[in-house]
Write a protein that binds this ligand. Sequence first.
Ligand SMILES: C[S@@+](CC[C@H](N)C(=O)[O-])C[C@H]1O[C@@H](n2cnc3c(N)ncnc32)[C@H](O)[C@@H]1O
Length: 207
Amino acid sequence: MSDYFEQAAIVWDNPNRMQMATTIAGAMIRALHPRGTETLMDYGTGTGLVALQCRQHVGRIIAVDSSPKMLSMLTQKIAAEGILNVEPREWSVGGDTGGMPRFDGIVSSMTLHHVHDTLLAARTFHSLLLPGGRIAIADLDAENGEFHEKPGIAEHDGFNREHLAQLFACAGFMDIRFEEAATIAKPSSRTGALRDFTIFLLTATRE
Ligand SMILES: C[S@@+](CC[C@H](N)C(=O)[O-])C[C@H]1O[C@@H](n2cnc3c(N)ncnc32)[C@H](O)[C@@H]1O
């Protein structure tokens, strides 16, 4: 669990992040085109910005995160709005999967670059999916460490798409595709100059 996210939880929701979550959730739903009955995991759900957008399109979402404070913010929203099909759960890749259901799909937004072992994440997602299950993962394209405010917040400075495709193929995924999901304009933490960071959507299917 990272102190950074524990401290950020209370101020996480802001208009830019809410708008970004709407854009990314829209791309995920278009890519997965669920029927309405599916069980999804939202990995690294944070305060649930993406899970709460996706929930109207599926049956049930297990919204997992390693940060209790992020999950507490989501729990408050769920209670306030009487939401029944989003279930916050503290968990991270490498943790016990015994109590997890098997999923029709796994979505994740801007979390994979915080996970040290990307191949373990891909293998874990594969093991948690039902046959034919899909992933839709939005994350940063490779950048040179300018995205986060300071070093040490992220495990990866974004991802090279070809390399990431190889890791997911190695984990047993097929039909691996990338599309542009969004662009985030923010000041470089190195130069202070405003620049664009592109966010991809990786989709793939469990064999
Ligand atoms: C950049 S935030 C994104 C939150 C949310 N998906 C969104 O788009 O607003 C990354 C989230 O991943 C969580 N996280 C970081 N490392 C994690 C890990 N190894 N396992 C599960 N969650 C993790 C953090 O606590 C944080 O809530």
